[in-house]
Design a protein around this ligand. Structure first.
Ligand code: ATP
Ligand code: MG
Length: 553
C-alpha cells in the first residue's frame, strides 16, 4: 500500500499481505536457514550426537541421519524449506552427506550475512560464490582417487566410513560387508558403464535377535506364508513359476442364472469346475514347476490339487516382489498358465517357509547369480532396527556411488581443508570485492572439519590452525581431523574414505541453495486462512522465524 500525493491510498496487494524487503528480507531468510543448519550440525561425524524426534502422533524416532531429521521437522519458513529441499535432494541423489550439505548451505549464508553487513552487494556475493563453487568442484575432482569395482577392501572402507557416523557401531563391520556384497551382486554393465540399482536390494526389517544376525539372502525373502498347510514347507532345487493370473474359475461379468433341477446336475456342475481347476494345476505341474508365486488369488480347490502335486504355492504376492523374484531367480512372469514352460521358470537352491519371531517368511535362497537380493535386518528393538535400516540405506548408496563412478575422496574434513586452501589461492587471482566472497566460501567449506572437531569436544581453533599448517606443507592433501585421537592425521591411512559424488553433490546443492536465498530481496506472503507461509503475527522476525517447531510433548 502506498500513498500518492493526493493522499488516497492505492491498494496493490491484498490487504493483510505481509511483506519485507531489502536487507531485512535477506536477514530473515538467512536466519531461518541458519537455524535449520544448526539443528543438524551437532550430528556431524562419528562423534556427532543423535536427535530424538517426536511426531504429532507421538511416534519417537532416534536418529543421526540428517535427511531423516530434516524430513521430520515441520518447517514453515520458505527459506528454511529450501534447506529442507537441499537435504532431500542430497538424500535422493547420493544417499549420504545430507548433514554436510545443510551445514554448508547454512554456513555459506552466515558468511554472506557478514559480507552484506560490510555493504557488499548480494550480486557480488552470488558471483563470487558461483566462481568459488566451480573452483571447489575442480579442486575436489583433482583430489579424487580411482577405485575399481574389484577393490572390495576399499569399497568396504567406504561403507564403514558412512556407517561410522551412525549409531549402530557394534554391527558396522558386518553391515559394511553386506552392503558391498549386495551392491556388487545387483551391479550390471550397461553401454560400457556400471549401473547398480539399489532398488533391487530389498531390505526387510524383522524384530528380534541382534543386528549381527542381519543376513544377506542371495535371492528373495517375502513377507508371506505358504498358501495351504498341506503343502510342503521346503522345496529343494526349486523351479519357480511366476504367474500374474488368478488360479480360480473366472466369474462371468454379467449375472447368469443356471437352473439346476436335480442333484446330479449340481454334481456335474461342480465336477466341471473341479476338472477345470485340476487341468490348470496339471499344466503347472507339466511345466516342471515345483513352486508357484501367484500375484493374484488361488482357489481352495486349486490349492488342494497343488498340494497333492507337491507344489509349494504362495498367493497374492505384490507386483514389486514378483518383479524382484523374476530378477533374483531368473524367471519370467507369465500372464497365463498356457505360457508356463520350462524356460520361463526361475531357479533357486531352496524355497522355504521359515518362522522368524512370530512371523512366517518365505525364503528363496541361493539363486544362481541373482540380479535382486534381500537383506533381512534383525535387531532388539524397533528403534534400533529403524536406525539400522537408515544406516544401511546410506551404506548401500555410498557403495553404489563408488561402484558406478569409480572415484573416492578422503574424509575427516581433509578434502574440505584442501579445497579451502585452493580457494584461498584462487581468491587472490579473482581480486576485487568478489575475492572476499571467494574467501568467505573457503571459510564456509572449512566448517566441516571445524564442526567435526567441535562435535568431538576438541578445541576448534587449535585444530583449525594445525590443520591449515599441515595443508600448507603440501606433503599430502589427506590431513584431516581424527576425532578419536583428537589429532591431525593422514585420513587416507586411517581409511576414512567417501564417494566423490557425495561431496560434489553437497557442494553443488549448498552453493545453489545459498545463492538462491541470497538473490531474494523481497518476501511477499499472501494471507491465508491460518496456515500461511508466514508465522502468526505477519513476517518472520528473527528468532525461530517461521519454523513450525516440534509438537508438544
Ligand atoms: N573416523 C572419522 N574421523 C573423522 N571424520 C570422520 C570419520 N568418519 C567419518 N568422518 C566424517 O564425518 C562426516 C560425515 O558425518 P555424517 O555421516 O554424520 O554426516 P553426513 O554424511 O554429512 O550426513 P548423513 O550421514 O546424516 O546423511 C564426513 O565429513 C566424514 O569424512
Ligand atoms: Mg553420513
Amino acid at each position: 500500500m502506498s500513498e500518492p500525493s493526493g493522499g488516497v491510498p492505492v491498494l496493490v496487494l491484498k490487504e493483510g499481505t505481509g511483506r519485507t524487503t531489502g536487507k531485512e528480507a535477506q536477514r530473515n531468510n538467512i536466519m531461518a536457514a541458519k537455524i535449520i543448519a544448526e539443528t543438524v550440525k551437532t550430528t556431524l561425524g562419528p562423534l556427532g550426537m543423535d536427535k530424538m524426534l517426536v511426531s504429532s502422533s507421538g511416534d519417537v524416532t532416534i536418529t543421526n541421519d540428517g535427511a531423516t531429521i530434516i524430513k521430520e521437522l515441520d518447517v514453515q519458513h520458505p527459506a528454511a524449506k529450501m534447506l529442507v529441499e537441499v537435504a532431500k535432494a542430497q538424500d535422493n541423489e547420493v544417499g549420504d552427506g545430507t548433514t554436510t550439505a545443510v551445514v554448508l548451505s547454512g554456513e555459506l549464508l552466515v558468511k554472506a550475512e557478514s559480507l552484506l553487513n560490510q555493504n557488499i552487494h548480494p550480486t557480488v556475493i552470488i558471483n563470487g560464490y558461483k566462481k568459488a563453487g566451480e573452483k571447489a568442484m575442480e579442486a575436489l575432482d583433482k583430489l579424487a582417487i580411482p577405485v575399481t569395482m574389484d577393490e572390495d577392501k576399499m569399497l568396504v572402507e567406504v561403507a564403514l566410513t558412512s556407517l561410522g557416523s551412525k549409531g549402530i557401531t557394534a554391527a558396522k563391520d558386518s553391515f559394511a560387508k553386506l552392503a558391498v556384497k549386495a551392491v556388487k551382486q545387483v551391479a550390471e554393465e550397461k553401454d560400457g558403464k556400471t549401473k547398480a540399482d539399489i532398488d533391487l536390494i530389498k531390505v526387510l526389517k524383522k524384530h528380534g535377535k541382534s543386528l549381527d544376525e542381519t543376513e544377506l539372502v542371495k535371492g528373495m525373502v517375502i513377507d508371506k506364508e505358504v498358501a495351504s498347510p498341506q503343502m510342503p514347507k521346503l522345496i529343494e532345487s526349486a523351479k519357480i513359476a511366476l504367474l500374474n493370473a488368478k488360479l480360480e474359475i473366472e466369474k462371468t461379468e454379467f449375472d447368469a442364472k443356471i437352473n439346476i433341477e436335480s442333484p446330479e446336475q449340481m454334481q456335474l456342475f461342480l465336477d466341471e469346475e473341479e476338472r477345470m481347476l485340476r487341468e490348470m494345476v496339471d499344466q503347472i505341474a507339466k511345466s516342471g514347476a515345483n513352486v508357484i508365486f501367484c500375484e493374484k488369488g488361488i482357489d481352495d480347490v486349486a490349492l488342494h490339487f497343488l498340494a497333492k502335486a507337491g507344489i509349494l504355492a504362495v498367493k497374492n504376492v505384490s507386483s514389486n516382489d514378483m518383479e524382484k523374484l523374476a530378477r533374483a531367480a531368473g524367471g519370467e512372469i507369465v500372464a497365463s498358465i498356457k505360457d508356463l514352460k520350462a524356460n520361463v521358470l526361475g531357479k533357486a537352491k531352496t524355497v522355504e517357509e521359515a518362522k522368524i519371531g512370530d512371523d512366517k517368511l518365505l525364503y528363496v535362497r541361493e539363486c544362481k547369480n541373482p540380479k535382486a537380493v534381500t537383506i533381512v535386518v534383525r535387531g532388539g528393538t524397533d528403534h534400533v532396527i529403524d536406525e539400522a535400516e537408515r544406516s544401511l540405506h546410506d551404506a548401500l548408496c555410498v557403495v553404489r556411488n563408488v561402484v558406478e563412478d569409480g572415484k573416492i575422496v578422503v574424509g575427516g574434513g581433509s578434502s574440505e581443508a584442501e579445497v579451502a586452501k585452493k580457494l584461498r589461492e584462487y581468491a587472490m587471482k579473482v581480486g576485487g570485492r568478489e575475492q572476499l566472497a571467494v574467501e568467505a566460501f573457503a571459510e564456509a567449506v572449512e566448517t566441516i572439519p571445524l564442526t567435526l572437531a567441535e562435535n568431538a569436544g576438541l578445541d576448534p581453533i587449535d585444530i583449525m590452525v594445525a590443520l591449515r599448517a599441515k595443508h600448507e606443507n603440501e606433503q599430502t592433501p589427506y590431513f584431516g581431523v581424527d576425532v578419536f585421537s583428537g589429532k591431525i592425521k593422514d585420513m587416507f591411512e586411517l581409511k576414512i574414505v567417501e564417494p566423490l559424488r557425495v561431496k560434489q553433490q553437497a557442494l553443488k546443492s549448498a552453493t545453489e541453495a545459498a545463492n538462491m536465498i541470497l538473490k531474494i530481496d523481497d518476501l511477499i506472503a499472501s494471507k491465508s486462512g491460518g496456515k500461511g507461509m508466514m508465522p502468526p503475527g505477519g513476517m518472520p522476525s528473527g528468532g525461530m522465524g517461521g519454523m513450525g517447531g516440534m509438537p508438544p510433548y
